[in-house]
Design a protein around this ligand. Structure first.
Ligand code: RUB
Length: 313
């Protein structure tokens, strides 16, 4: 239980962050927890696994990759504890390898959309988006990147470090300079925490204003997202919850205490409507956002019928 709680705390505090990494960490934790778990019979084992699942799913509400990873591992079927441990390990390892391969494949597919000489704008720190940029660079295309800081947590600093180590010329800008620099941009490439059935994308706060600015200037916006970022529950009309993080990420408690009339609002993500998105680049192909349902049905296995029968009593 100690390690399980530690992993949950690391995801909550964002020591483990980024939707893909969160998904892989959760699959690995469920696998390892299952191996350590003391249980007299399969009933007790299943109950304890369910509690572990609930704890992990509660850590960050927006990244749909998290419940999708949990679902991929928790569909194990077993009559004995040993069999359950074995199945969980197999499913978790499959998910982790599949996820790593997906990020690589997205790079290969997405790089086809990058032209020699392009300047790409990106936001926050997305492994899938960086995979596209890195693949284009590896193909010998002469590209430049403009990366936003991504306040308040400054994930943009992780991005510039990664791009710098690949030898890619990168400029760092403050988030509010996105529209100012749009005239220098050829293509926007960003990641996703969730994609809804209607093709809207939920990603780091500021993504929607970036996409709007790109749309206004007729620049293409590519979303890099593995299929497990798509949200089956949105078929039922559910909205993806936007995580509201601690005010202290924006202003220290001491400074805030001096301003009795001020409160902080700190949503971690926002929703970009599909009108501002040209392409969602997944590991199974680059699709228009209108095709999101096909991904949810064909590749995640959840169509309208399955979702309705799953939730009906
Ligand atoms: C990270 C973020 C990333 C997506 C995709 O937010 O918004 O763009 O998670 O990342 P946070 P990846 O830092 O709050 O987790 O492509 O690596 O899954």
């Amino acid at each position: 239980m100690k390690q399980l709680k530690e992993t949950a705390a690391k995801i909550k505090s964002m020591e483990i962050r980024g939707a893909g990494r969160i998904a892989r960490a959760v699959a690995a934790e469920l696998r390892d927890y299952a191996q350590r778990l003391a249980a007299d019979d399969i009933g007790e084992f299943n109950e304890k696994m369910k509690l572990a699942e609930e704890l992990l799913v509660s850590t960050r509400p927006t990244a749909v990759s998290l419940p999708n990873a949990v679902r991929a591992v928790m569909r194990y079927k077993a009559k004995t504890v040993d069999e359950a441990r074995m199945n969980i390990k197999k499913l978790a390892d499959e998910f982790i390898t599949g996820s790593e391969n997906a990020v690589k494949r997205i790079g290969e597919i997405g790089a086809k959309r990058v032209r020699d000489g392009d300047t790409i704008m990106t936001h926050c720190n997305s492994s899938a988006a960086i995979s596209i940029i890195a693949a284009a660079h590896a193909q010998g295309k002469d590209i430049k990147v403009i990366a936003t800081e991504s306040r308040p947590r400054l994930q943009g600093l992780l991005t510039i470090k990664q791009l710098d180590s690949l030898g890619i010329k990168t400029s760092l800008i403050v988030d509010s300079a996105v529209r100012y620099f749009m005239k220098e941009v050829d293509l926007v490439v960003i990641g996703a925490d969730a994609v809804t059935v209607n093709g809207s994308v939920i990603n780091k706060i500021g993504t929607s204003q970036l996409a709007m600015a790109a749309h206004e200037s007729r620049r293409n916006v590519i979303i890099a997202a593995e299929t497990y970022k798509f949200s089956p529950r949105t078929i039922l009309g559910e909205l993806v919850e936007i995580e509201e993080r601690d005010a202290a990420e924006v202003l220290s408690r001491e400074k805030l205490a001096e301003l009795p009339n001020v409160s902080i609002k700190n949503p971690a993500f926002d929703v970009t409507p599909r009108e501002y998105i040209d392409l969602i680049c997944t590991e199974v192909g680059a699709i228009p956002p209108e095709m999101a349902y096909v991904i949810i049905k064909e590749f995640l296995g959840w169509g309208i019928e399955e979702m309705n029968s799953f939730t009906s009593p």
